[in-house]
Design a protein around this ligand. Structure first.
Ligand code: AMP
Length: 629
């Protein structure tokens, strides 16, 4: 079948289309109805069907390929490498599930997972899925304030964590941040299950903290039956930044997600059971959920979890992994490729990469230089794919498994089946013509696998994302885009205040709120500024209460360091601005709205645009001057 027909069928006849795709997973009870969109924009998929993500990822493969590799956990930080077969993984999940049950966790309870990239993190996620608990994985780079907000929102009964992560050979303690977060949070977990890696000493809170190794030893032979879940029950929450200071809990279902992953692994990532798959992302991000843990395993592939830097012990580390495990499909981010591009190319040439069929890149715009460089070096197709935490799987890509259509430099490709993508003019709401810039939207219903709602806040889900256009519910991606005359899409950046640093999504408001808590900060604006390696970096413009402390170069440096320290301790180093620039005033409209886009334009040396509503034009000029100090 050609892709155009495949795509058309998915849009014109979603019921029949997805009923067919649903055969890619195992159902305990067949579904009675494919789609219920009577309560638009809330879409329900595979109603009445019962299934389980852990069963599809692990148990169903034990019978046919129990001894094949399932999870390969490699750490160049602790120099460890462990391969779990599907059978061994199932055993470990059973143990972890039994521990969770013994700690009172049951179906529908939330479990927060705050972990480094170690096997137990994936095991904990899969154990939650097995018993129907809802996991909320929080990226290990987030600090106590970010963590506390997520604890308060999800109210987890249990938190699973570890003594420390490790970066560049240095232990990064998790436990003190976690303790501080629990102190800050209103909601208190009954228990904290701790994996002691022996990296740093931990203090234990009596009655609350429990040791994983001790409990595991008590449950070595545990057999925990799979809890079958109705397709529309929830599997997990994953927080993502938006335009407010409060991150949104993206809530996902079970059946629709399993089908979307099985389907995308087949048609987009073209992975086959028994092959090895390597995604360099982190379990704290959506890529980690969909295409480190669940997707590859659902496809019967071995999935590689990597803890370490891409250039340590040397820039050949990823390629040595590809060679050793005969990786067929690899998934990374443009930033990582730009980092590798700065390294001598012989590291790539040292290894036999003949197993590799394609490299998938996502998370941020893929520039032509980076794409051309890596495709030449590797000699395999580079597949850009565009999607969001909200959708859980690609919106735009080349669907190679259906038809190997040519890629186009700078473009993630065509709308993926199931997504009715359009580009709308921001002011008129009308469809844009070819090469005309507009907002990328998706006409509802969203396909299986996409977010069900904002956790605990249906209203926020509707008001944030959905608009009725010509009587039809339409989802905004908050991205600018254009479509060329051949239907290829190009993504041109966010329409809102979200920035993308090295493929990590950060809300400028969150960073601003954190900086504002510094005693000497009167006002602050954070904008994303173009960066050669990371795509974008955050730059903070601060008006101080006592400006005299920043009168000298040393004063400015000290104040900048202090402010960065506040962000580090509250949100985590991942959100730390690259620069803090001190100014006397921030450019605002007469109605007091911050002119972020103009500040950003000035930072990037572009025209700041229409400034007729600016209250104090000098303030923008001052920003320009402050940047060069
Ligand atoms: P996240 O939810 O963290 O995955 O971030 C999603 C956002 O990252 C999107 O809304 C885009 O702004 C950006 N993004 C993701 N993938 C791509 C891509 N392939 N090309 C351009 N931008 C992308």
């Amino acid at each position: 079948m050609n892709f155009a027909d495949f795509y058309k069928e998915s849009i014109d006849n979603p019921q029949a289309f997805w009923a067919e795709e649903a055969k890619l997973i195992d159902w305990h009870t067949p579904f009675a109805q494919v789609l219920d969109y009577s309560n638009a924009p809330f879409a329900k998929w595979f109603i009445g069907g019962q299934t389980n993500l852990c069963y599809n990822a692990v148990d169903r493969w034990v019978a046919t390929q129990g001894d094949a590799a399932a999870l390969i956990a490699i750490s160049t930080e602790t120099n460890s490498e462990k391969v779990y077969s599907f059978r061994e993984l199932q055993t470990e999940i059973n143990r972890m599930a039994a521990i969770m049950l013994s700690l009172g966790v049951g179906k529908g309870d939330r479990v927060l997972i705050y972990m480094p990239m170690i096997a137990e993190a994936a095991i904990a996620m899969l154990a939650c899925a097995r018993i129907g608990a809802i996991h909320s994985v929080v990226f290990g780079g987030f600090a106590s304030h970010s963590l506390a907000m997520r604890i308060d929102d999800a109210q987890p009964k249990l938190i699973v964590s570890a003594d420390a992560g490790s970066r560049g050979g240095k232990a990064v303690p998790y436990k003190p941040l976690l303790d501080a977060a629990i102190d800050l949070a209103g909601a208190k977990p009954a228990h904290v299950l701790l994996i002691d890696r022996g990296l740093v000493p931990m203090t234990s809170v009596a009655g609350r903290d429990v040791d994983y190794a001790t409990l595991r030893a008590q449950h070595l032979d545990a057999q925990v039956p799979v809890t079958w879940l109705e397709s529309n029950e929830s599997s997990y929450i994953l927080y993502t930044s938006g335009t407010t200071g409060k991150p949104k809990g993206v809530q996902r279902d079970v059946g629709g997600y399993a089908v979307a992953l099985a389907s995308s692994m087949k048609h987009i990532y073209c992975g086959n059971a028994g092959e090895a798959y390597f995604s360099t992302s982190d379990i704290g991000w959506v890529v980690g959920h969909s295409y480190i843990v669940y997707g590859p395993l659902i496809a019967g592939m071995a999935t590689i979890m990597y803890e370490g830097l891409p250039i340590s012990p040397d820039a050949g580390i990823w390629w040595s992994i590809v060679e050793k495990y005969k990786v067929t499909r690899m998934f990374s981010a443009p930033t990582a490729v730009r980092v590798l591009k700065k390294q001598p190319p012989e590291f790539m040439k040292k290894y036999d990469l003949s197993s590799l069929k394609a490299l998938y890149l996502a998370g941020e715009p893929l520039d032509e230089t980076t794409s051309t460089w890596i495709s030449t070096e590797l000699g395999v197709p580079i597949i850009d794919n565009y999607w969001q935490t909200e959708t859980g799987w690609p919106i735009l890509s080349i669907v190679k498994g259906v038809e190997d259509k040519p890629t186009r430099l700078g473009s993630p490709g065509l709308p993926v089946y199931g997504y009715n993508v359009r580009i709308l003019n921001e002011s008129t709401g009308q469809d844009c013509g070819p090469n005309e810039k507009g907002v990328v939207v998706i006409e509802g219903p969203l396909p299986p696998g996409c977010m069900q709602t904002v956790y605990g806040d249906d209203k926020r889900f509707v008001s944030t994302y959905w608009t009725k256009i010509d009587g039809r519910q339409t989802y905004s991606t908050f991205d600018w885009g254009i479509r060329d005359a051949d239907g290829y899409y190009f993504i041109l950046g966010r329409t809102d205040d979200v920035i993308n640093v090295a493929g990590h999504r950060l809300g400028t408001r969150e960073i601003e709120e954190s900086i504002s808590s510094h005693a000497n900060v009167s006002e602050v604006a954070v904008v994303g500024v173009e960066d050669q390696i990371k795509g974008q970096v955050a730059v903070a413009f601060v008006v101080l209460k006592h400006a005299e402390v920043a009168a000298t170069q040393e004063g400015r440096k000290a104040q900048e360091k202090e402010i960065m320290g506040v962000v580090d301790s509250q949100l985590g180093a991942v959100a730390r601005p690259a620069r803090v620039v001190f100014v006397n005033a921030l450019p605002k409209t007469r109605s007091g709205k911050l002119l972020r886009r103009s500040i950003q334009a000035v930072c990037e040396g572009r025209d700041p645009g229409d400034l007729t509503t600016i209250e104090d034009p000098i303030s923008l000029q001052r920003i320009k001057e402050a940047l060069v100090i």
